[in-house]
Ligand binder design. Structure first.
Ligand code: ZN
Length: 130
């Protein structure tokens, strides 16, 4: 399993035209083709640098890696803090959102998914939005 954690990004919420910022965590299980580790943050950046919705961005990164690498599985988790929610007055921790997209092995095999969550340093028992 190849995993790149804590990729900082900033993007712009397409509903409110306000920033959301956070970290992305990306993992994949190669099936031959691999990508340089420095490329993964650039892929995240490529999808962050446009008007976005966090759920869609999560899915787009996963789909892109799946189509380019044809791996056994791809997992993308994004933790974002949304200024539009902060400015509505919600507390900081309530303005943060975690989204995930699991493809292939990560979707089908609970063991692979839990290994990923262990590597991310969290429990993975339902606290992430599928
Ligand atoms: Zn917003």
């Amino acid at each position: 399993m190849v995993i790149v954690r804590d990729i900082a990004f900033h993007s712009l919420c397409e509903h409110h035209l306000l920033p959301f910022v956070g970290r992305a965590h990306v993992a994949y299980i190669p099936q031959g083709r691999i990508v340089g580790l420095s490329k993964i943050p650039r892929i995240v950046d490529m999808y962050a640098r446009r008007l976005q919705v966090q759920e869609r961005m999560t899915r787009q990164i996963a789909d892109f890696l799946a189509s380019v690498l044809a791996p056994h599985g791809v997992a993308v988790v994004i933790e974002g803090m949304h200024f539009c929610a902060v400015m509505r007055g919600v507390k900081k921790h309530e303005a943060s959102m975690t989204t995930s997209s699991m493809l292939g092995t990560f979707r089908d095999n609970p063991a692979a998914r839990s290994e990923f969550h262990v590597l991310l340093g969290r429990s993975g028992n339902g606290e992430l939005i599928g």
